[in-house]
Ligand binder design. Structure first.
Ligand code: ADP
Ligand code: TYD
Length: 221
């Protein structure tokens, strides 16, 4: 018997496999609904579950996106310009942050994404939905969030929660009926895409909201 047959050669090392794709979670709701309050909680919960988390926002999330955010929040502009700049910021965010993060296997959290354009430019300002559909098809034909957490509250609750002392941006200065339309469009989107939306009743206490968030996250993990 040869030495080779009595001592089989060691198995070749497995080839490095590509990281499993991460998950994309978006946070939505009218201003004052409670998104920012709970992003930190979701981040901590996911990290405790062993995930690598990237937390970002729109408009913004990149150096260029943050410059566009400044313009969007403070300069008066035509509605088409506003929608195009929202999607320009989004394109950069997808290319630089969201797609690379998901490819690395990270869990990417975004404070707002395309549902906000449908809610604010579409519902709030009355932009034709077909135009927003076309922009979405252009900017991210294949990408959709794995989970969209919609923090839902009546406008009166959101308004009461917004810190009276803070300076309101161009969107926050809008009238009540604008936000009613935004909220209605968010809820319409949630019923159009029930597989990815979790509607969180954000009138409940922070602890109760956290319980609802855990339930939604456990389904995804
Ligand atoms: N479930 C809740 N109950 C009571 N107050 C809340 C709740 N969620 C958020 N808040 C408070 O409401 C205010 C607005 O919340 P925030 O998370 O900044 O809203 P958003 O990011 O959606 O604009 C904050 O002062 C926050 O502490
Ligand atoms: C992403 C996005 C945001 N917006 C608006 C909603 C918000 O009023 C504003 C900024 O969002 P946000 O970061 O939630 O504001 P804040 O830091 O004051 O809580 O931009 C749109 O109108 N369309 C969009 O596509």
């Amino acid at each position: 018997m040869s030495a080779a047959s009595s001592h089989p050669s060691p198995r070749p090392a497995p080839l490095p496999s590509a990281a499993a794709r991460g998950r994309f979670i978006t946070f939505e709701g009218i201003d004052g609904a409670g998104k920012s309050t709970h992003i930190g909680f979701v981040t901590d919960w996911l990290k405790a579950a062993g995930k690598t988390v990237v937390s970002s926002r729109e408009p913004g999330g990149t150096a260029l996106g943050e410059k566009l955010r400044e313009l969007l929040l403070h300069e008066t502009m035509d509605l088409d310009t506003e929608a195009l700049l929202m999607f320009a910021s989004r394109r950069e965010h997808i290319a630089q942050v969201i797609e690379p993060g998901l490819a690395r296997g990270d869990w990417v959290l975004s404070d707002r994404f395309t549902d906000a354009s449908f809610a604010y430019q579409g519902g709030g300002r009355g932009m034709d939905r077909a135009r927003l559909d076309a922009l979405e098809q252009w900017v991210h034909p294949l990408l959709q969030p794995d989970l969209t957490l919609l923090f839902d509250v009546p406008l009166s609750v959101a308004r009461a929660r917004l810190d009276a002392s803070r300076t309101l941006d161009r969107f926050e200065q809008e009238q009540a009926d604008f936000f009613e339309r935004c909220r209605a469009e968010y809820l319409r989107r949630a019923s159009q895409f029930p597989e990815r939306f979790a509607v969180i009743d954000s009138t409940r206490s922070i602890d109760e909201v956290r319980t609802a968030l855990r339930t939604a996250l456990e389904k995804l993990a």
